[in-house]
Design a protein around this ligand. Structure first.
Ligand SMILES: [Fe+2]
Length: 248
């Protein structure tokens, strides 16, 4: 009898969790109004930092506010979605119940891409998990033909960018290799959770309105980061209700 054993493991899997909400029209109308209103106030006094190709606007002031802390019912609703989604996300990772997965802080900001604007390739390291929520697509008036991946978020296979840029070993990807990028059109009310190291970009908005999304970075206890999760940038789950929603 042989002692040989094969074991199936999934090391460094890329788990994704999506939420689809076909009836989020009212929530999104509220979030849109709030974000455009807050933009005026925040942009007036903030100091922009260049982010993913943008030099001004709410994305560039992401360290100065947190959408989850805004005092509106719509933001409280979003907070519930985020915490429940996070709970479901770590469950897919097989980490539910691990005290190290408890949230230490969430940074949450809004991206308003006006016609012609895009977000260039980036990732969200050193956060543990990230998510984005679509509020508007930019083409609500129906003027845009959904072509050329306008306004799409494109996710790149982990490792692909590292293998394929620069150096003598740089080469074209195999012709059969069609999973190196995944392109998704924005859908209002949808949210996607992903590991923060996953590189992605948003193709230019060629609609006639703003393409608005809400993005967030989730940090957890296991990371033991020497960071202070206080001040306007952070939302920290504090109430019993918030903590229970993490389902851990
Ligand atoms: Fe991003």
């Amino acid at each position: 009898m042989s002692d040989r054993q094969f074991k199936s493991l999934a090391w460094w899997p890329t788990s994704i969790l999506t939420l689809e909400q076909p009836d989020a029209r009212e929530l999104n109308a509220g979030l849109r109004r709030i974000i455009l209103e807050m933009e005026r106030e925040i942009v007036r006094k903030g100091k922009p930092l260049k982010v993913a190709g943008l030099e001004e606007g709410l994305s560039t002031l992401w360290l100065e506010y947190n959408v989850l802390n805004w005092d509106y019912d719509e933001c409280r609703e979003l907070r519930r979605l985020v915490l429940e989604g996070y709970g479901a996300f770590i469950e897919t990772l097989g980490m539910a119940g691990d005290p190290g997965m408890e949230i230490t802080g969430i940074s949450c900001w809004a991206n308003i891409l006006r016609p012609g604007q895009s977000l260039t390739l980036h990732h969200h390291d050193p956060a543990f998990a990230s998510a984005h929520y679509t509020v508007t697509t930019g083409w609500e008036d129906g003027t845009l033909v959904d072509s050329a991946e306008a306004g799409h978020t494109i996710y790149y296979r982990p490792g692909f960018m590292d293998r394929s840029h620069g150096g003598k070993a740089n080469g074209i990807s195999s012709l059969w290799d069609d999973d190196w990028r995944i392109s998704r059109a924005p859908k209002p009310g949808n949210m996607i959770f992903f590991p923060s190291y996953l590189r992605h970009e948003v193709r230019p908005n060629v609609g006639t309105n703003e393409r608005i999304s809400i993005a967030m970075d989730i940090f957890v206890k296991k990371q033991e980061l020497p960071m202070y999760f206080g001040g306007p940038r952070w939302f920290v789950p504090a109430t019993e209700d918030d903590v229970v929603r993490q389902v851990i």
